[in-house]
Design a protein around this ligand. Structure first.
Ligand code: SF4
Ligand code: SF4
Length: 164
């Protein structure tokens, strides 16, 4: 995995790059983060790292955020923290920094039109809840699968998943 020689991640973030500069390091975000209580994620430090270091793109904690939005709702500076995390993740993926597990999910989406295709266990669970065994997606409308695939190809998602 190579990281392009870009000194500044913020300048490559179209929506939230300048927002991050408003951070006053109060720590409300990291103190409000449920994921941070159980993982290596420290969202304040992550955003700080984005200001100066391209290594943020390969920081494992980037993927520990569950996008619960707690931090964003509480940030006194009104910084769109989660949107910033999404932007940094997007940059990372375009650098080819994709974990094997994420690539596997992407490949499932390309093949089945679902990141988590239905299986016997989930069919049974749905039926036990009084639902149709298949959700009203391409599983129920297989003719739509080609359309889903076309959409994914049109946004070059297939190329992204095939870059190793
Ligand atoms: S809550 Fe907002 S201002 Fe405070 S450290 Fe986090 S991002 Fe910065
Ligand atoms: S959105 Fe992510 S970073 Fe923010 S509080 Fe939730 S898990 Fe933590």
């Amino acid at each position: 995995m190579s990281i392009r020689n870009e000194p500044n991640v913020l300048s490559r973030m179209e929506k939230t790059g300048s927002d991050i500069l408003k951070c006053m390091h109060c720590g409300v975000c990291s103190g409000s983060c449920p994921s941070g209580r159980h993982t290596i994620l420290n969202v304040r430090k992550l955003l700080k790292k984005a200001r100066s270091d391209t290594a943020v793109l390969s920081d494992d904690s980037l993927w520990m955020c569950t996008t619960c939005y707690n931090c964003q709702e509480r940030c006194p500076r009104g910084i769109d923290i989660v949107d910033a995390i999404f932007e940094i993740r997007t940059l990372a993926v375009h650098e080819g920094i994709i974990y094997p597990e994420h690539r596997m999910v992407g490949e499932l989406l390309l093949e089945h039109g679902h990141a988590v295709p239905i299986n016997e266990e989930n069919r049974a669970k749905r039926e036990a809840l009084g639902l149709d065994p298949l959700p009203p997606t391409v599983h129920s409308f297989p003719e739509g699968l080609e359309e889903v695939k076309k959409l994914l190809v049109s946004c070059k998602f297939d190329e992204l998943m095939s870059e190793k």
